[in-house]
Design a binder for this molecule. Structure first.
Ligand code: NAD
Length: 410
């Protein structure tokens, strides 16, 4: 698997050449502004002392306070956190959000912790985090964290500060003034962008869709596409894939997953491996699971018209070069999956103003913002005769570069 930070730097290189960014801007964007790496010693329920490694990266905050994702996973490393922080920086800029990119987490398997251990670890993370708050850095949820952990983080932060500050933590529960629509935002945003892309590429209703990853993002995007009249023919999760060329009933599949915990053995389907699923003939392919799944090894065999990158970094640069030559359109992650970043910025706005919106308001503002970002991206791609990924990065990096210049950093 390729190193995600090297992938991010290689995209920076390609996009900065198209954008004509100054060398000092590129130099500064090649490193995070701040890296915090710390340990969290914790007495486990059985009395043993465990020491956990934790990170927080503020990649770039020229456009505003950093924000988002805290990940609790067993294989977390600094390069992954740096890459994710960089992607958040670009994602915010692409969608016109006045925020910088932050990412962090703890190297831990949360499934191996008791509820009490998870709560103590989450609260310790916030206590030990050096810089935080609504005007500095706002942690949100990511893999291994949830509304529950975000509720503990908010409570711990408010205990430390001695005042309430609902805008200091994102993805918190509704009872603590979390925004409606935050858990569905990425899948919903990906659906809005897909609807624009299919218009541009003349991919009509009735066309086929393959989705790798049937979690939060893949499942919502799949449901909305199915409801819109697109035919989802295959989906997968970590256990493997299922396929029916006539189409899957996504709502029935969701009920099945809720009951059994997996898509495995869903009636009326044949089994397909995750690798083979990516190579099925379809009109729209949505990698919605993990990074680096489309590479130079399989790019020659991908048979689709449009790839909507719902996961972060699913396509390696070498894989993308092959797809580009073959004329397959990729709508990049920083645009396709920016729904959650956008709605998190709405969550902060609501918290700061103590005014809370209904789901129609959240979704209509999300649609307006993500469709605008898509249109700006396609315009730049045409003007500069470049890929949608380069175009999105050109638009995002240009905004960050202007803010860095206005601050006198470069
Ligand atoms: P999730 O944990 O809810 O779902 C992930 C899905 O992928 C599950 O079905 C899981 O079984 C499957 N999966 C895991 N490893 C796999 C593997 N090796 N091969 C095939 N399938 C595998 O996660 P999610 O929130 O849906 O996020 C999916 C992707 O989207 C991730 O890359 C995440 O970083 C990205 N993303 C998520 C959000 C969000 O708001 N949830 C926002 C931006 C980007």
């Amino acid at each position: 698997m390729s190193n995600p930070f090297q992938t991010a730097l290689s995209t920076l290189k390609a996009a900065s050449e198209v954008a004509g960014l100054e060398p000092n801007v590129v130099k500064m964007l090649s490193q995070p502004k701040r890296i915090f790496e710390f340990t969290i010693p914790m007495k486990m329920d059985n009395g043993d002392l465990e020491i956990f490694t934790a990170y927080r990266v503020h990649y770039n905050d020229a456009l505003g306070q950093t924000k988002n994702g805290i990940r609790f996973v067993p294989n977390l490393d600094l390069d992954t956190v740096k890459a994710l922080g960089f992607w958040m920086t670009v994602k915010h800029a692409v969608s016109g959000i006045p925020a910088g990119g932050g990412k962090g987490g703890i190297r831990v398997d949360p499934k191996k912790l008791s509820e009490g251990e998870l709560e103590r670890l989450t609260r310790s993370y916030i206590r030990k985090l050096p810089m935080k708050g609504a005007w500095v850095d706002i942690p949100g949820a990511d893999i291994g964290t949830s509304a529950k952990t975000q509720g503990w983080m908010l409570d711990e932060y408010e205990e430390i500060m001695g005042f309430h500050s609902p805008a200091a933590i994102n993805d918190k529960p509704a009872e603590l003034n979390g925004t409606v629509g935050s858990m569905e935002a990425t899948g919903t945003g990906a659906f809005f962008v897909t609807m624009e892309a299919v218009k541009d590429l003349s991919i009509p209703k009735g066309s086929t869709v393959v989705i790798q990853g049937f979690g939060n993002v893949g499942r919502i995007a799949g449901r909305l596409l199915h409801q819109e009249g697109y035919v989802v023919i295959a989906v997968s999760d970590i256990s493997g894939g299922i396929y029916n060329p006539q189409g899957l009933d996504v709502e029935k599949l969701e009920a099945y997953v809720d009951e059994t915990g997996s898509i495995k053995d869903f009636p009326g389907t044949t089994v397909v491996s995750n690798e083979a699923l990516l190579q099925l003939e379809c009109d729209i392919l949505m990698p919605s699971a993990v990074q680096s799944v489309i590479t130079e090894q399989n790019a020659h065999n991908i048979k689709t018209k449009l790839i909507m990158e719902c996961a972060n970094g699913p396509t390696t640069p070498a894989g993308e070069a092959i797809l580009e030559k073959r004329g397959i359109i990729i709508v990049p992650d920083v645009l396709t999956n920016s729904g959650s970043a956008i709605v998190c910025s709405f969550e902060r706005t609501q918290g700061l103003t103590d005014t809370y919106w209904d789901i129609e308001t959240v979704n209509s503002k999300l649609k307006e913002r993500i469709v605008k970002a898509y249109k700006e991206t396609t315009t730049t791609a045409k003007d500069k005769n470049t890929s949608l990924r380069n175009a999105a990065w050109v638009n995002g990096l240009t905004k960050v570069a202007k803010a860095m210049k206005a601050r006198g950093w470069v």
